[in-house]
Design a protein around this ligand. Structure first.
Ligand SMILES: C[S@@+](CC[C@H](N)C(=O)[O-])C[C@H]1O[C@@H](n2cnc3c(N)ncnc32)[C@H](O)[C@@H]1O
Length: 361
């Protein structure tokens, strides 16, 4: 009875707010409805949001035993977990392992309210770049794959001017606009997928999407190398590092043609964003990569909240405990809190969790 009443009130509120009409989208209604059901079940104790602060015991000077925050942004359904194919800008290219932009925004708002810098050292196809754009905060991204680095650079930096500039729409050796060239690489990459975007789609998204207030910085770089972090000149009061390290060595990568790869390298060089060598990328293990990037960020930034997505690898191995231990060993007393928030199982790999580590000066 109570459930029926609550649902009725919610539907009435939705109708009054005109949300469905404004967004002109059935999927928005379905998503809102799904979120409501999850919130309802949670607040009535039927569904427990994860949070196991002292799962691995305490030590190393860190206080593990923290209350679980009211983090309603944690994905509560498959729709919140998967990338949204209609999300403006992000839809230009989405890897299979990409994150959902709106969920990332909500997680950052919940776990790191007031963050004034968004860092993603494993920027991939740019879902974090889009989230930073929506949050209106500066973005610093690193990515080892040049084609994906181009995509992240385009998603974080492009404005309608770049998408309109006809003569700039090619990669040539005599330096076209590098952002327009990265847009072009992105469009050509999407042409090989089942959801190709046109230049008109890109222009449409950019005309409706405010550019970042401060110029983002995206580099084609190996994030485990401390020197590339020296380029992060941030006077951030509180930074959020949100990232998704590859869950296993077989993590999927885009199959770009040699020509597209070469054009991406050229575009990045003319954007002065190239800090890596061409050639097949070698990936470190989840825990080494995760700990390296948090330690490198902490070296440059005073107050940083790191949020690391985690899923078991293909072979079922779980890197959460080893990551927590590495973070504590490397950062010691700078770790103010460390939590693991279990969100749910959305893929055949198993439980999707967020490792949340707050590092203070
Ligand atoms: C799971 S993906 C990130 C997904 C991303 N959120 C998106 O929207 O596509 C992880 C990325 O880390 C990158 N990567 C792996 N090792 C790296 C390293 N040492 N430095 C920089 N990037 C790295 C991979 O190329 C891959 O694109």
């Amino acid at each position: 009875m109570q459930i029926a009443l609550d649902l009725l009130v919610w539907m009435l509120m939705l109708a009054l707010s005109g949300k469905a009409a404004d967004e002109n989208s059935l999927s928005a209604v379905i998503r809102s409805f799904g979120s409501f059901v999850v919130l309802f079940l949670r607040s009535n104790g039927y569904l427990h949001r994860g949070g196991h602060p002292d799962r691995f015991g305490s030590g190393g000077g860190a206080d593990f035993v923290m209350p679980v925050p009211e983090a309603y942004g944690l994905p509560g359904s498959l729709t919140d977990y998967l990338p949204d194919p209609f999300e403006p800008v992000d839809r230009w290219f989405q890897a299979r392992n990409a994150s959902n932009v709106r969920t990332t925004v909500r997680i950052v708002q919940d776990l790191c309210p007031g963050a004034d810098l968004f860092v993603d050292p494993l920027a991939g196809g740019g879902s974090s770049a889009c989230a930073a754009r929506l949050l209106g905060v500066s973005f610093f991204g690193l990515e080892l794959d040049p084609v994906l680095a181009c995509v992240s650079l385009a998603k974080s930096t492009a404005t309608a001017r770049h998408a309109r500039a006809d003569p700039l729409w090619r990669v040539t050796p005599d330096q076209d606009d590098p952002v327009a060239s990265c847009l072009d690489v992105t469009r050509r990459l999407s042409a090989g997928t089942d959801r190709p975007v046109s230049r008109a789609d890109m222009l449409d998204d950019l005309e409706r999407n405010a550019p970042a207030p401060t110029l983002p910085l995206v580099l084609w770089a190996d994030a485990t190398q401390p020197d590339v972090w020296d380029e992060l000149h941030a006077e951030a009061r509180h930074a959020v590092l949100y990232t998704s390290p590859p869950f296993g060595l077989s993590s999927p990568r885009p199959q770009a043609s040699p020509e597209l790869y070469a054009d991406a390298v050229t575009a990045l060089a003319s954007a002065e964003a190239a800090r890596a060598e061409s050639g097949p990328a070698k990936f470190a293990s989840y825990e080494e990569l995760a700990a390296d990037v948090v330690v490198n960020a902490a070296r440059r930034l005073g107050h940083v909240t790191a949020v690391l997505e985690h899923e078991p690898a293909d072979d079922g191995s779980d890197a959460r405990e080893s990551t927590v231990r590495l973070l504590l060993d490397s950062l010691g007393n700078r770790v103010k809190s460390l939590r693991i928030l279990e969100c749910g199982a959305y893929s055949r790999r198993g439980m999707f969790s967020l490792i949340v580590c707050e590092v203070v000066p």
